[in-house]
Design a binder for this molecule. Sequence first.
Ligand code: ADP
Ligand code: MG
Length: 257
Amino acid sequence: MTMHIFAIANQKGGVGKTTTSVNLAAALAQQGQRTLLVDLDPQGNSTMGSGIDKRTLTRSVYHVLLGMAAMGEVRATSPSGKFDLLPANRELAGAEVEMVDLERREARLREAIAQYADEYDFVLIDCPPSLSMLTLNGLCAAHGVIIPMQCEYYALEGLSDLVATIKKVHANLNRELKIIGLLRVMFDPRNTLGQQVSAQLEQHFGDKVFKTIVPRNVRLAEAPSYGVPGVLFDKAAKGAQAYQLFAAEMIERVKSY
Ligand code: ADP
Ligand code: MG
């Protein structure tokens, strides 16, 4: 069994990284995959959305990155989702500066996760909305990148910085890294422009575009305030079903890796 590590990244905020991270983690767990979700965003939204209170943490991914705790001492199991979580809160914002003097600082997360290779089938890393040292840690730890995006006019333009960063990381730090795929999220089928951009994405990126499309669905947006992943909050909702299909698509994809 290989552990597959994926960074969920896009330097834009509000594009569905956290929603994708939490729901993919929960759906993978539901489909029998041993899954770890790493919250790498100081906002701690993945942590809260997994049902763990970021305000009461004594230790977090911050301590793991700085070598003050092992991952095994910090991880928790999502009470609602049956997956493990390496949680985050505001303290993580300081890591950027505090890591400056550390050796191989971009590889801290990779090294922390490596020791647990036989415990998980999937590790998902929810990256912050920037191309910072934190995101770099995510990209260095990962085998591939999942890029959630909205089908908007500027979607393709925003992609180029991220793609350039991924290429640099591939060339200099992590030869394994590749773009696994673009995930179309918050999709509104009645929006003509959305359909056009979606078709453009398929033309440009071919099979790098996931077959699954996640629709805009208010139940996915409501779930985090209950600390329950959307896929469990309302299993019948269109958004929940889409993330279940996406998990199945990922399980199928990794068979060829
Ligand atoms: P990011 O992590 O990239 O900043 P989020 O996952 O937090 O983005 O999503 C931004 C906002 O959009 C959140 O309020 C979230 O609940 C909402 N959202 C995300 N995906 C969907 C969707 N498919 N349908 C409706 N709302 C969504
Ligand atoms: Mg987020």
